[in-house]
Design a protein around this ligand. Sequence first.
Ligand SMILES: Cc1cc2nc3c(=O)[nH]c(=O)nc-3n(C[C@H](O)[C@H](O)[C@H](O)COP(=O)(O)OP(=O)(O)OC[C@H]3O[C@@H](n4cnc5c(N)ncnc54)[C@H](O)[C@@H]3O)c2cc1C
Length: 455
Amino acid sequence: MAVRLVIIGGGPAGVEAAATASRLGAAVTLVERDVIGGAANLWDCIPSKAMIATGGALALMRRSENLGIRLDGAAPDLEALRGRVRGITERLSASTTRQLESQGVRLARGSARIVGAHTVEITAADGSPSEEVEAEAILVATGSYPRVPDWADVDGERVLVTRQAYPPATIPEHLVVVGSGVTGVEFVHMFRSLGSEVTLIVSRQQVLPMKDPEVAAALETNFLERGVTLVKGARATGVIVKEDGVGVTCADGRTISGSHMLLAIGSVPASAGIGLEAAGVTVSENGYIPINQHCQSNVPHVYAAGDVSGRLQLASVAAMQGRKIAEHVVGLHTRDHRHLDYDKAASAIFTEPEIADVGLAEAEAFALGQKIRVTKVPFAVNAKAMIDGDPRGFVKLLSDPATGVVLGGSIVGAHAAELISVVAIAVIAHLGVDDVAESLFVHPALSEAIAEAAE
Ligand SMILES: Cc1cc2nc3c(=O)[nH]c(=O)nc-3n(C[C@H](O)[C@H](O)[C@H](O)COP(=O)(O)OP(=O)(O)OC[C@H]3O[C@@H](n4cnc5c(N)ncnc54)[C@H](O)[C@@H]3O)c2cc1C
């Protein structure tokens, strides 16, 4: 008899687990209470990047003189933008739904709750009677939601979380963004491109505190050139909402005024109220479900993946966890099976310039006392970057000086999110700098800067 798997949550983790397990012969039920594709599709990756793409096109038009074009009067159309964002989400969700159904996955629309070691109760959204589903394995892939500090009263009008910005009723005149991690800087870029005045409250002395300082500095320079105000070393502790705006108060007594405030201070795992205790699954102090290398919780047949598992909060990582779980559930794991290596996940920040990195970072190598060779090539000497009128940024490659094996890299510049895949393959496949340098890349292309950095 086919092994039965019930998946709670249809985000990247749940969808990939369902598709893979079904292909491998499992009987899969996927329960989603909202949209197939998950928060990634509805609120996070897709709408934010759709808005950024529109903002990017506007920014390009404003820079059009670099390309020998004179253009005046480009402005965002909020109604069209709303339709565009909704349209992309709906098309993606519909195609994923079709794909899962064609693979034989049973899609159950409603809220799931674990009610026994091997039993999940599904309460349908349409009020029809709930049903109980038995399974040998359960995957919890319920994701996360934006964190709101107790000092902020989110009203969806002047005080917003990211989910309320797709797109807002009006483009804020002056947006104060609290949080300078990946999400915060993406929203700074998005709203600045769409025409808002933007102030970013940075709790430390550097935006993107977890990133390579040189990479963060490139972004700060861009923000300052575009008129973004950076308030550094300030910790927001309160917000005063007035009729015509907000005042964000900081621990050091400063008050930052604006028309709206956006919170981008991380997320909370969606692990409460889903019956984990009924199966004996424990959660960490912060509500994440701790997992082992197979993504099993403390209860071996209950798996967790995606944001709720507290590892790297990326859709790509969530999906790969889902695939590995599906293989484990059907017993495909062998001694040779490759575990997911979280240290080799490529990630990108969709700002201008784009920022992407993978593997070892320079600062990390220094902290570890690890000897590395660092080579850097600016796009200013790259023919395609000049042709495109955007020669900002650089490629930085880290390799092992003894063996030449590529250990990591950072790219700052146009299309960095696409280009980093070349470095990611080199890192994952343990390729040497010579393998990269001797690959015959297209000319003229931005990727030539990677080959050059590998020389
Ligand atoms: C603004 C923003 C932008 C981002 N951009 C990117 C990006 O560009 N690239 C990237 O890789 N990552 C990005 N991320 C991170 C990415 O969105 C998450 O890592 C990813 O969505 C996690 O996927 P998941 O599978 O854990 O579930 P989610 O996408 O969070 O989906 C979980 C699903 O579970 C459902 N669910 C929850 N509880 C139940 C229940 N009891 N019953 C039934 N269904 C339930 C929810 O309705 C939801 O649909 C971004 C995050 C944010 C906040």
